[in-house]
Design a protein around this ligand. Structure first.
Ligand code: AMP
Ligand code: MG
Length: 550
């Protein structure tokens, strides 16, 4: 992988091109970490970064080289600005080229993780104050000297992220929850956190696949004497001589090596004597270790346990696998126009469909979910939240439906800040679903989701699922390549669009929707087509990226 690293006191350029040596091949994924106007709950005007330049450069290279062996990427460019960096300026730029976007996203997310942990670059201080006429910072006091405020009313500049940037932020801020050992019957759908290896050969010896007669391979005798009978549970080792045979049942362990089994349909038996009437074309046995050898992986870490994988663990004697715990999720709906679905809405009211939508979407992830509706009054909402959130350890993921925008009554952001969440971003440049808040508070993550059900559906599959994958130690669902089975007639849009589609063997059928308030397309949707910004209509047969949602 081609690697370029710069540590610089100068502003990072607005536009950075991939290395010319790539000749335009592959996807070029870019991430920019911009200094936000807020630190520890207070407003700031700049951050000062310091570094041990040589060590930092060496360490960044080492990390990229090791990640390059895991995710096959073509090139990576890292530019980290050091010194005083005003709010709104880029502190770090990372560009990654890879054959497919998925590898670059995965590399970027892990790189950002490792950068924070392992590279000697640190925030020296946060600066409160203004900038002079030429944009230089005129510092007042380091923000750490002031008491952090908890009143945050969303005064900081909204941070708009591209889809890819948002995914990198989510994956680098969420941490896998510590694994737990759990009985197999409770492990369905959970993510295995340790590779489980076969404790012994499977099968543990040569076993017959037929009801019949075991004889020595290459024994040309015409007739055979039956010297023993073996059922499936029998274990009676013995040597066989030419002309001897053992009656065996399907699944029975053969008494010694180098045997084959003649099907009972292919012999004539008279007392203890058999005569072969038809030659076999197969050995009719499962060889010792032919399924898996002792010590070889049975089920690798990181996979979701389905029925087949659980059966494999059981056959290997692993009855308490280390798996992800069930994330504890709290989901609040908001909005005084929302009424329960069993109530007839008055004019201006809307039935709550997001609760059951989120509940259904979470079925794929074994978790515990508590759902409630928050009152309109911010003070009353805080009181209700406190009844669910007495200690910091009562949930792992908080989802709030609606109120994620900047309207008078939209209190999701202040509520999260009041709970101590650091807001990582508050908008994503995608359609539907632009007002999306993501925040972290220690090991807890939170999303403020736009209220419209279609936005909800899209944001869940794109972002909440990515967080849940990281929390549970699973591989995130990746975009796949597919073809349109019909024209996608969308005028150019400056935002990336996730277009609901029905995926069929013939390809992807774009479904009709006019706004994020539309719900009927959810009846058919099993995929989201990724339409690049400013793309315009796409003809039937066009190759597209899509995310399966079924
Ligand atoms: P908001 O994101 O709070 O501005 O909500 C935008 C729109 O989403 C509202 O006008 C509602 O029509 C809709 N909405 C919000 N919450 C829900 C919900 N729980 N169920 C169905 N629709 C909702
Ligand atoms: Mg609302």
């Amino acid at each position: 992988m081609e690697i370029e690293i710069q540590l610089t006191p100068d502003p990072i350029a607005e536009k950075i091109s991939p290395p010319p040596s790539l000749g335009g091949q592959g996807a070029w994924l870019e991430f920019r970490g911009v200094v936000r106007g807020e630190e520890n709950g207070g407003n700031i005007s700049a951050l000062e970064y310091e570094a041990y330049p040589e060590m930092a450069t060496r360490e960044i290279r080492r990390i990229l080289e090791s990640l390059g062996t895991k995710f096959p990427c073509l090139a990576a460019k890292v530019i980290h600005r050091v010194g005083v960096i005003p709010v709104g300026d880029t502190a770090i730029y990372v560009g990654v080229a890879s054959p497919h976007r998925g590898e670059a996203i995965a590399l970027l997310a892990e790189f950002m993780d490792r950068l924070k942990q392992d590279v000697p670059i640190w925030k020296r201080r946060a600066i409160v104050g203004g900038t002079d006429s030429v944009g230089r910072v005129t510092p007042c006091a380091p923000v750490q000297d002031r008491l952090p405020t908890r009143s945050g009313q969303g005064t900081a500049r909204p941070t708009l992220k591209s889809l890819d940037e948002a995914l990198v932020e989510i994956r680098s801020h969420c941490r896998p929850l510590p694994a737990v050992h759990t009985p197999l019957a409770d492990a369905f759908g959970r993510v295995l956190r340790e590779t489980v290896c076969a404790p012994s050969d499977l099968p543990d010896g040569d076993r017959s696949t037929r009801d019949g007669y075991a004889i020595l391979q290459n024994d040309a005798s015409g007739i055979f004497q039956v010297v023993d009978t073996l059922h499936a549970a029998d274990w009676k080792p013995r040597r066989l001589k030419p002309g001897e045979t053992v009656r065996v049942a399907t699944g029975a362990a053969l008494p010694c090596e180098n045997l084959c089994v003649v099907m009972q349909e292919h012999v004539e038996r008279d007392g203890d004597i058999i005569r072969i009437t038809k030659q076999e074309t197969a050995l009719n046995l499962r060889k010792r270790g032919e399924d898996v050898r002792a010590g070889q992986p049975l089920v690798p870490a990181g996979v979701r346990l389905d029925a087949g994988r659980l059966a494999l663990l059981a056959s290997g004697g692993c009855t308490q696998p280390a798996v992800s715990p069930r994330p504890r999720i709290i989901h609040f709906t908001t909005g005084d126009e929302i009424v329960p679905p069993d109530r007839t809405p008055k004019p201006g009211q809307v039935r709550d469909s997001n609760s059951i939508l989120v509940h259904g979407l979470l079925q794929k992830f074994p978790c515990s979910v508590v759902q409630a509706h928050l009152p309109e009054d911010f003070g009353a909402a805080k009181q209700l939240v406190l009844t669910f959130h007495r200690q910091p350890s009562t949930f792992d993921l908080l989802l709030i439906s609606g109120g994620a925008s900047v309207g008078d009554k939209d209190f999701t952001r202040p509520l999260l800040e009041w709970l101590g969440f650091e807001i990582i971003f508050s908008q994503v440049n995608v359609r539907p679903g632009r007002p999306l808040i993501f925040g972290v508070n220690g090991s807890q993550a939170a999303f403020g989701l736009p209220g419209n059900p279609l936005s909800h559906f899209v944001c869940f599959h794109l972002f909440v699922a990515a967080a849940l994958a990281k929390l549970t130690g699973a591989e995130p669902e990746k975009f796949r390549r597919g073809r349109l089975a019909a024209k996608l007639n969308d005028p150019p849009c400056p935002r990336e669009t996730l277009w609901s589609a029905r995926r069929e063997p013939a390809g992807l059928h774009p479904l009709a929707w006019a706004s994020s308030g539309d719900v009927t397309c959810l009846r058919e949707t099993n995929a989201l087509i990724r339409v690049p910004a400013n793309r315009g209509p796409m003809e039937s047969g066009a190759e597209v990226d899509f995310l399966p949602t079924d």
